[in-house]
Design a protein around this ligand. Sequence first.
Ligand SMILES: NC(=O)c1ccc[n+]([C@@H]2O[C@H](COP(=O)([O-])OP(=O)(O)OC[C@H]3O[C@@H](n4cnc5c(N)ncnc54)[C@H](O)[C@@H]3O)[C@@H](O)[C@H]2O)c1
Ligand SMILES: [Zn+2]
Length: 359
Amino acid sequence: MKSINVNIPGASYPVYIGSDIISQFADVFHRKTDAKQVAVISNPNVFKLYGQAIKKKLAGQAQVIDLIVPDGEKTKSAEYLQQLYTGLLENRFERKSCIIALGGGVIGDLAGYVAATYLRGINLVQMPTSLLAQVDSSIGGKVGINHPLGKNLIGAFKQPSFVFSDISFLKTLPAEEIRCGLGEIIKYGFIGDVNLFEYLEDNIDKALRADPLVMLHLVKVCSKQKAAIVEQDEKEGGLRMILNFGHTFGHALEAEFGYQKLKHGEAVILGMKCALNYAQLIKKMSIENYKRAISLLDRVPISYDKSKIKTDKLLERMYVDKKVVNENIRLILIDKIGSCKIEKGSDPALIKKAFEVLI
Ligand SMILES: NC(=O)c1ccc[n+]([C@@H]2O[C@H](COP(=O)([O-])OP(=O)(O)OC[C@H]3O[C@@H](n4cnc5c(N)ncnc54)[C@H](O)[C@@H]3O)[C@@H](O)[C@H]2O)c1
Ligand SMILES: [Zn+2]
């Protein structure tokens, strides 16, 4: 089992990564927390696969309950937040108790927000079970829920006591979810790691098949990169914004298609194509780099209804997104593979044009 430290003043924590490391979970848990009350928050899908095993590991040492919410993005809402608070209150959870977020990014964000706010904050352990959550959402402390007017608009920063990424969870992950995780992984290559990009050019087919050695490598490399970015900018004052590469376009697509039809990671892949196209249109990126970048993204198959790409509507959606400052859409642009810049001003007409890469 490898551990990567996330060094944040007053809130540092390790990310444990390995294959079949679940047998070590209880040891780590008792070393890192002294909680006597533990709530495993999960969805029926993931809980059925792994929930009982985790509860059993902690039984005897703590009161362990499970709070199960439905699967899917719609669960990241005020309604389910309230339901979880009620579950904790009914079980008399106290300040020293702990939440284990067992699931993908939806559970990590929702359960994390519960941990950030219940009794003004209790302990949190992130136990990511999807590829996207292992390489991205479980690290860095951004937690929150959606609002009917937009995604991730209500939230907090809540660093966990530790993150426990067992690659063997990925064996049961559907192929489409592997593709979604790959969206965020390719993002790390574009924004800051040309070696990762080249590794992906060589191994993307194995990655799409969730080859365990490739998965282990990718989770380690990406966790390290995410940790390094978060360490430099915990509260997204500057650098951390680069993690939004592809996301401003992606969020508009996600909202326009409906969150069920186009998943977050898929939307990020399409959004990155738009952002690359924008950079190429304003001549920030060479045509050679652009073609190379697009050809890697094209190897991750995403199906979507092209007739739904209405550029006027998508632009409007982008203005609702929270990353709009003073009515100006701020974009993260790649100048060459492995390097990016935050572009303060943007041209709405060119943004519309950038979406056309998807048609
Ligand atoms: N907080 C952050 O920094 C951050 C970063 C990126 C994304 N996010 C958020 O993450 C969410 C997306 O996360 P996601 O892609 O993990 O989606 P998800 O949580 O919906 O999980 C995807 C699907 O995979 C299933 N699943 C998860 N693990 C499994 C396993 N081991 N075996 C079988 N099935 C499994 C889930 O039940 C679900 O159906 C979005 O809400 C997004 O906004 C947050
Ligand atoms: Zn994302």
